[in-house]
Design a protein around this ligand. Structure first.
Ligand SMILES: Nc1nc2c(ncn2[C@@H]2O[C@H](COP(=O)(O)OP(=O)(O)OP(=O)(O)O)[C@@H](O)[C@H]2O)c(=O)[nH]1
Length: 355
């Protein structure tokens, strides 16, 4: 099916860009600090602690490499959050070099919220904060090698809860801003690609159709027919019934054309009373038959528009990627056939072969 480059692709692209930036910044700062402080601890008489930090650094580098190779954001998120959770608990239970471990713990909720968002982030941070309360307040645990004064315990608990709330609110407002910006982009894109009167794609929308180039380059194996349809004597309708009725007529024709083509085809308003239809994977002859059926049925119909009974017809020029490998020539050829159809008395279809 033919598609216009849509908003979801842009959103996915933006998300991928943010993920890429976030993962690189996070991992490389992580690796840098963990290696520097690991080495410092190693040579300051804390070899086990130093090695521990460097192992975390190495794991972070490997997780980053895995993400770069697979681009699997979910796996990256899970592994890095798990790694940082373990590091957080390690720093808390060991106290870090010269009791500085707690200082790094404040980065934890911010990292988790920015990676997991508010919902999953709250879950993970909640679990880890619960574990840290056990580390701090349950006495005589084997794996806790550092003891904190009651003052530090209470102040740290209060301040980490405060930073957690702050991280949550920051991520919440970032997500809200992102949602609003996506919505605004959606509306702008819609306005840029749609014709206001008929709701069909406009000229820009049609030109940005992803697959046009594919068809232009894949002849003769895969052919696309293109039809340019122009309402006959439309000026007379405007003159006779007024511009507003003319607008209604354009809406009715657009609706009729849209409902008469297949789901896989793409229709747009090329300008004025001219419409364009792309028939993917369709030969010139098939395209001719499709549009002729629509033309005949429209010519036989009486339209009741704005209290007026109006008869309508349109003329069509058809071309195909079988003969052209660039868009301008393809359109020019269909336009030329349309001109011939008009000259031949209107209410008919001309193709490059049938002319
Ligand atoms: N109501 C209305 N009229 C429009 C719109 N866009 C273009 N037109 C009018 O469409 C008319 C087109 O007239 P012509 O190009 O002479 O074409 P025609 O009368 O259909 O004659 P043929 O194409 O030769 O059959 C002009 O009068 C334009 O002003 C629109 O959005 N709404």
């Amino acid at each position: 099916m033919i598609k216009i480059a849509d908003k979801r692709q842009d959103v996915a692209f933006e998300r991928a860009r943010r993920n890429d930036l976030l993962s690189s910044a996070l991992c490389w700062f992580g690796v840098l600090f963990l290696t520097i402080f690991g080495l410092k601890s190693y040579f300051s008489g804390l070899p086990d602690y130093g090695i521990g930090l460097m192992v975390f650094g190495l794991c972070t580098a490997l997780i980053w490499l895995q993400f770069k190779l697979t681009q699997n954001w979910r796996v990256f998120q899970s592994m890095i959050c798990l790694g940082f959770s373990v590091l957080y608990l390690f720093l808390l239970s060991s106290g870090g070099q010269a009791n500085t471990g707690l200082l790094w713990c404040y980065t934890y909720p911010l990292i988790v919220f920015s990676l997991l968002g508010t919902r999953l982030g709250t879950l993970l941070v909640g679990v880890v904060l619960f574990l840290s309360a056990i580390i701090l307040f349950v006495p005589n645990l084997d794996f806790v090698t550092h003891s904190y004064s009651p003052d530090i315990k209470y102040r740290f608990t209060g301040s980490i809860l405060f930073v957690t709330a702050l991280g949550y609110l920051m991520e919440l407002s970032r997500m809200e801003a992102q949602r609003k910006s996506d919505q605004a982009n959606d509306v702008l894109k819609m306005m840029a690609h749609r014709d206001e009167l008929t709701g069909l794609y406009n000229r820009r929308g049609i030109k940005e159709c992803n697959e046009i180039e594919v068809y232009l380059n894949s002849k003769p194996t895969n052919e696309m027919a293109l039809a340019v349809c122009d309402v006959d004597f439309f000026k007379k309708i405007n003159d006779q019934y007024g511009h507003d009725v003319g607008d209604e007529v354009l809406k009715v024709v657009a609706e009729r054309l849209k409902n008469s083509i297949r789901e896989t085809d793409l229709i747009g308003r090329w300008g004025g009373e001219e419409f364009i239809i792309l028939f993917p994977s369709t030969s010139l002859e098939e395209g001719y038959q499709l549009i002729e059926r629509v033309r005949q049925s429209m010519a036989e119909t009486h339209f009741d528009i704005a209290g007026q009974r109006i008869r309508l017809s349109f003329s069509t020029g058809i071309s195909s990627t079988r003969y052209y490998d660039n868009w301008n020539d393809l359109i020019k050829s269909a336009d030329k056939q349309l001109y011939k159809a008009k000259s031949a008395g209107r209410n008919c279809t001309k193709t490059t072969e049938h002319s």
